[in-house]
Design a protein around this ligand. Structure first.
Ligand SMILES: CC(C)(COP(=O)(O)OP(=O)(O)OC[C@H]1O[C@@H](n2cnc3c(N)ncnc32)[C@H](O)[C@@H]1OP(=O)(O)O)[C@@H](O)C(=O)NCCC(=O)NCCS
Length: 330
């Protein structure tokens, strides 16, 4: 039987170093005007050398635990959604477990690209259902700069580094949200439109080989754009219909922060007024799996989310993967 499931603490962390559009224009042929008009992005945060995904998750996790008034010792599971892990092995969740100073937890990474956090909500919901008393740290985190081809202006202007985290449990707490429902989907036939294949088993490296372009994000931007709008819209419609709701019942839409034009198109198709669509993309760029939990934490901090609000999340990413989740803030 499905148990009730609550998001109890919200935290985020972006590395302090900021790369503005003007900074980018010093080493790649682009301009602040082009980037702002085509994407809405003004700047992105980038890690310093030596800083990696587990560092970002650890900071976001501490903030989320603090927000939930919970301790590291309360955690039973650590789930990290990322496709830019510290390493193939060990997984980032184990590194985070150690950095938080705990052990003995179920610690696992999940990969669904930008949809990783919403996929993670579905996994966490399942774990809450089958566990006696799960207290799950779920983070979406990326060090996109480690997989960015800084010579490719088509992609390097889009991404940024950050982590967001929530604590999920079967019991409510102050300022929490009930996870009402989640819908996730995918279409692997479209996998070649957004890839990072280099170093995987389909394209293994050999010693002394120079790093190929495939080590970095490669994307057919226009195709991705079309599918993103279509999938993010339809998955929201599915979720709303299943829960007997209409767009008028939604107080705030938090879409994956990929591109302002995608966000605008999804908002229009769902008939959501601009003021009900949360945007923080201008500050962070596309932080992939971190985008939704970072936006959730930001929205909470800015007072854009208040008790009683119904919030709809929607996301899209490589794979292709996509999904939507419905939250009721208490
Ligand atoms: C990437 C994206 C912003 C490009 O915008 P677009 O309007 O489709 O632009 P195009 O790719 O058609 O390129 C138009 C021109 O701008 C140029 N261009 C591309 N990137 C540029 C940049 N950073 N600066 C200046 N010019 C650039 C192209 O070379 C092209 O020039 P050409 O006409 O001389 O060939 C857009 O396709 C997009 O947002 N796609 C979705 C990306 C995304 O969000 N992915 C993640 C999903 S999870």
């Amino acid at each position: 039987m499905t148990k009730q499931c609550y998001l109890r603490g919200f935290g985020s962390f972006a590395p302090p170093k900021v790369l503005t559009n003007d900074d980018l224009a010093t080493f790649v042929e682009t301009s602040d005007e082009w980037i702002k008009t085509r994407t809405g992005i003004e700047q992105r945060h980038i890690v310093d050398p030596g800083q990696c995904t587990s560092d970002l998750v650890t900071e976001a996790a501490k903030a989320a635990l603090n927000d939930a008034s919970l301790a590291v010792a309360d955690l039973t599971h650590i789930l990290v959604a990322t496709f830019t892990p510290d390493a193939y092995c060990p997984n980032t969740a184990c590194v985070v477990e150690d950095k938080l100073g705990t052990k003995g937890l179920m610690a696992m990474d999940m990969s669904a690209a930008c949809s990783g956090f919403v996929y993670g909500l579905q996994v966490a919901r399942g774990l809450v259902s089958i566990s006696d008393n799960a207290t799950i740290l779920l983070s979406g985190a990326e060090t996109m700069s480690s997989r960015t081809n800084w010579k490719d202006r088509n992609t390097c202007v889009l991404f940024g580094d950050a982590a967001g985290a929530v604590v999920i449990s079967p019991t409510p707490g102050p300022n929490c949200a009930e996870l009402i429902d989640v819908e996730v989907s995918s279409d692997g036939a479209l996998r070649d439109l957004l890839t990072v294949t280099g170093g995987g088993s389909s394209m293994p490296y050999t010693l002394d080989q120079p790093v190929p372009a495939e080590h970095f994000v490669m994307m057919q931007g226009r195709e991705v754009f079309k599918h993103a709008v279509r999938s993010m819209t339809s998955v929201c419609e599915t979720l709303l219909e299943r829960n007997g709701l209409t767009n008028a019942d939604i107080d705030l839409l938090i879409p994956h922060q990929a591109n302002m034009r995608i966000i605008d198109a999804v908002g229009k198709k769902l008939d959501m007024p601009e003021g009900k669509v949360f945007v923080n993309l201008q500050k962070y760029g596309n932080t992939s799996a971190a985008s939704i939990p970072l936006a959730l934490a930001d929205a909470r901090a800015q007072g854009a989310i208040k008790p009683g609000m119904t919030v709809l999340l929607t996301t899209f990413g490589g794979g292709f993967t996509w999904g939507s989740a419905l939250l009721k803030f208490l």
